[in-house]
Structures are given as structure tokens and as C-alpha cells.
Write a protein that binds this ligand. Structure first.
Ligand code: NAD
Length: 475
């Protein structure tokens, strides 16, 4: 895989950029060049939109059974490529084998869910005031969709960004993160293309980091682009959402989280520790749904924290290419410095290190709401434990954030857990389970600064469709 060279993917072909520029993509563990990819300019974006626009008329008219067949074949092909995906994710984003395998499994599920949606009814027959008239509400595709996928769960999130739009009859230009141009972009294009997706239905433009704003702006503002989906940080999501709104384009924004796991005083502590470890440290904590705050009832706080610290300290970390590694590297040195600064500041202000510190998987307690680590998304292998006096305090703290993506409540009492779930302002909540979960048929998305719009199930199809009122006069 080292030094692999990749071009843009436009109109069903690999093509170089118009000006021949390329950019290097580094391996987060070794720091070496993993791939050299095309660095698009706005003129390349225009070419990609040309191809998508050209493909739209025939793709939106392609029979449902053909569309479904392509998506189902792609799901099978993707699974067959699991060993390749494992190698790619280790080299490109530092993902361990289990995480890469989960990426493939969920992405295949997303493709199958999209395939199932293709043959669902596309409208309703309405009542009408006009005698003899047929009045219909008909779902129709929008046109060209601009899609943005991040690096952290690259195969899942690139698949999610394109599957529902394509299933709904749209065509897509996908711009992957500069940290995962292959895993979050070209890889799914390869899979769908080999499964028979016609040329131009999915196009991928990769770019150099310094060109991100220019390339993204060219894509969003191209008048032929009719809708946008963006998965990434709240900071960039605000820019993308503003631009889409200025140009009156609907957008699905899947942004950052600051997710709480509540551990109540009746919790099964072994289950709570497992839920906290999985939720906080899967993919080294680089998941939008990661548990950032554990809010534990005072009565069980010390026992829980001691058990959590012991478990976290035992997690093997190191080279993601080694089969036994659970915690790989974070995505780049900038992220490592940011996380170290968050932890260091908290410790300087009185937080205690219960596990890790210094780059290893970290558990802090004694963290107070005024500390930066309590407010900002950590997006790395660290979690803070805060003791609460009662359920009301836990709810207040869980809601004390601009984000609203997901929450988990660990209790043996479902009724109590459900009552709390109704008071926590998030797009997703799990009673009795960790904050990290995703199923293709479920609505996925946040509230508040975690974004708006939903992927998943029929919600994902509706997000990339419009509803047209059609009447046919009676004879
Ligand atoms: P990011 O926002 O830093 O980068 C996303 C993309 O934005 C990059 O590919 C970059 O090319 C582009 N970009 C940069 N400047 C831009 C500009 N001015 N205009 C338009 N585009 C621009 O996010 P990231 O580091 O790739 O991903 C991590 C973030 O994504 C975390 O905050 C995480 O919580 C979030 N995330 C959310 C979900 C979800 O479903 N809610 C899922 C995964 C990740």
C-alpha cells in the first residue's frame, strides 16, 4: 500500500487534476507517506459536477431493480474486500483491525438498507376537492448532491454520505477528508463502480489540506448542486451550513458531540465499566458518539472509577497493524498535541489522572465543569469522570453543553432510565447501554450544535428527496 498513487474519480474513470497537482497522505503511526493523491482545484470540481449532472437524467430513470441490484452487489463486494479494508484503515487512519472490520460490516448494512429503500413506494394518493381528479404526492430525487466524509470512521461515513442519495435517484460528488482520501472516498467509489454503478453517478474529488475551503466552496455553490451532506466538526459544519443556506440548498449536518454516560447508583458496575470503556476508547475515542463525560452517582463513584481505571490501563496500544492492538494512534500530531493540552490543563487545574496520561488511554476524575476538557469535544483516548449527587444533577450536567448527539444511561431500572432519557436533549439516547451505537435502519443525527437532518432508514432517503404534488384531471 505504501506510496500508492491515486487520481480523481470522475465520470467512471481515474483522471489526473487539470493542473497536475498532487498531495501526500501520511500514515499516522509511522509518519511515512502512505499515498500520493490528486489535489483538486475548483476547475476539477466543475468537471466532477459536469459528470454528475450528465448522469442524473439516466440514473434517476433507472429501474428500481437495477439500482437495488447494484447496491446489493456492492455490499457483498465490500465484505469480500475486508482484508484490503483492514490494511487500508491501518495505514491511512491508524485504525485497528476490529474497527476496520466494523466499518466494513456497518457500511455493507448501510448499502443493503439503501437497496431495500429503492423498491419502497414513492408517494401517496391524496384526497381532492376536485371530482374525478387524481391527486398524488410523489417523492423525487433532487439532482446532484455534494457529500463530505470525515476520516474517523471512513468507510462507514463515506458509504453513509452516498448510499441514500444514490438510492433515492440522485448523483453525487464526494469530497473525502484530506486525512483519508482513499478510505473515505476512493475506496467506496471503487466498490460501487465494480458493482456496476454507471459512470458519473458517484464522483470523488480529493484535495490538499490548504485547498479545503476553496474546493468545498466551489462544490457547495455550484448552481447544479441541489443538496449537501456534511459529516465533520461543528466548526466547519457552521461554515458549510451557512454557505448552503445562502444558496438555498438543503443540508444534512452531522457534527461533533459531547456525549455523557450516566452511571446510576443501582448500576451493574461491571456492565457500566464495559459500556464506558467501549464508548470512550473504541477507535481511540475518535468517534462522534464517543463518551466524553461519565457522570457517576456518588454512592458508586469510587468503586466504578477504580474498576474503569484498571480496565483501561490494561488495553494494549501501539501499532494498528498488529492484531492484538486495541488502541492505535490518533490521526495526526496536531490532534495528539490538542488532546495532550486538554488533559494537561485539566491536571494543572486539579483533575486527577486515574489511568494513562502522557498519550496513553486516560481516565481523569476530579474534573469540574469550568475546565476546558469538560466543554470541548475530546475526540481522542481520554474520558473524564464526574461525581453527581443525584439524577437531577446528572441531567443538568449532561445538558450543559452546546452539543446534543447521544447519551447513555446505565441503570438496572428501565423506568427510571427512560424517565431520565426524556430529559436529556440529544438526537440519540440509549437506556442501559453505551453512547456508541449505529444501525442502518435507525434515524441517526443530533440536535443543537451536533447538527440537523437524519441519515438512516427512510429518514435518509427523505433527506435527499423532494415531494412533488401532481394532479391528473378526470375525464
Ligand atoms: P473537520 O470538520 O475538521 O473536517 C471535515 C472536512 O471539512 C475536511 O475534509 C476539510 O476538507 C473540510 N473543510 C475544512 N475547512 C473547510 C471550509 N472552510 N469549508 C468547507 N469545508 C472545509 O472534521 P474531521 O476532523 O474530518 O472529523 C472529526 C469531526 O467530525 C469531529 O468533530 C466528529 O465529532 C465529527 N463527526 C461527526 C459525526 C456524526 O455523525 N455526527 C460522525 C463522525 C465525525
Amino acid at each position: 500500500m505504501a506510496g500508492e498513487k491515486r487520481e480523481l474519480f470522475i465520470g467512471g474513470e481515474s483522471v489526473p487534476t487539470l493542473d497536475g497537482r498532487t498531495t501526500e497522505d501520511l500514515n499516522p503511526f509511522t509518519g511515512e507517506v502512505h499515498a500520493v493523491v490528486a489535489a483538486a482545484s475548483p476547475a476539477d470540481v466543475t468537471r466532477a459536477v459536469d459528470a454528475a449532472q450528465e448522469a442524473f437524467a439516466s440514473w434517476s430513470a433507472t429501474s428500481p431493480s437495477v439500482r437495488r441490484g447494484i447496491l446489493l452487489r456492492a455490499a457483498d463486494d465490500l465484505e469480500a474486500r475486508t482484508p484490503e479494508a483492514v490494511k487500508l484503515m491501518a495505514a491511512e487512519v491508524g485504525g485497528v483491525a476490529g474497527w476496520a472490520g466494523f466499518n466494513v460490516m456497518l457500511a455493507a448494512g448501510i448499502l443493503r438498507e439503501a437497496a431495500a429503500a429503492v423498491t419502497q413506494p414513492v408517494g401517496e394518493v391524496l384526497t381532492t376537492e376536485v371530482p374525478g381528479q387524481l391527486s398524488l404526492a410523489v417523492r423525487e430525487p433532487l439532482g446532484v448532491v455534494a457529500a463530505f466524509a470525515p476520516w474517523n470512521a471512513p468507510i462507514i461515513l463515506s458509504t453513509r454520505a452516498v448510499a441514500a442519495p444514490i438510492a433515492a435517484g440522485n448523483t453525487v460528488v464526494l469530497k473525502p477528508s484530506e486525512d483519508a482520501p482513499i478510505a473515505a472516498g476512493l475506496f467506496i467509489a471503487d466498490v460501487l463502480h465494480e458493482a456496476g454503478l454507471p459512470a458519473g453517478v458517484l464522483n470523488v474529488v480529493t484535495n490538499a489540506p490548504q485547498d479545503a475551503a476553496e474546493v468545498a466552496t466551489a462544490l457547495i455553490t455550484d448552481p447544479r448542486v441541489r443538496a449537501v451532506n456534511f459529516t465533520g466538526s461543528t466548526e466547519v459544519g457552521r461554515i458549510v451550513g451557512t454557505l448552503a443556506a445562502q444558496h438555498l440548498k438543503p443540508a444534512v449536518l452531522e457534527l461533533g458531540g459531547k456525549n455523557s454516560l450516566l452511571v446510576l447508583d443501582d448500576a451493574d458496575l461491571d456492565h457500566a465499566v464495559n459500556a464506558a470503556t467501549f464508548g470512550s476508547f473504541l477507535n481511540a475515542g475518535q468517534i462522534c458518539m464517543s463518551t466524553d463525560r461519565i457522570l457517576v452517582h456518588r454512592a458508586v463513584a469510587e468503586e466504578f472509577t477504580a474498576k474503569l481505571a484498571a480496565k483501561v490501563s490494561s488495553l494494549p496500544h501501539g501499532d494498528p497493524a498488529d492484531a492484538g492492538t486495541v488502541i492505535g494512534p490518533v490521526i495526526n500530531p496536531r490532534a495528539a498535541q490538542r488532546i495532550a493540552a486538554l488533559v494537561g490543563e485539566a491536571v494543572g487545574a486539579g483533575a486527577r489522572v486515574r489511568a494513562g496520561g502522557e498519550g496513553a488511554a486516560t481516565v481523569l476524575d476530579g474534573v469540574t465543569p469550568d475546565m476546558r476538557i469538560f466543554q470541548e469535544e475530546i475526540f481522542g483516548p481520554a474520558v473524564v469522570v464526574t461525581t453527581v449527587a443525584d439524577d437531577d444533577e446528572a441531567v443538568t450536567i449532561a445538558n450543559n453543553t452546546e452539543h446534543g448527539l447521544t447519551a447513555g444511561i446505565i441503570t438496572e431500572d428501565s423506568r427510571r432510565g427512560f424517565g431520565l432519557a426524556q430529559r436529556i436533549r440529544t438526537g440519540i439516547v440509549h437506556v442501559g447501554n453505551q453512547t456508541v451505537d449505529d444501525e442502518p435502519q435507525a434515524p441517526f443525527g443530533g440536535v443543537k450544535a451536533s447538527g440537523y437532518g437524519r441519515f438512516g432508514g427512510r429518514w435518509g432517503i427523505e433527506a435527499f428527496s423532494t415531494t412533488r404534488w401532481v394532479t391528473i384531471a378526470g375525464g
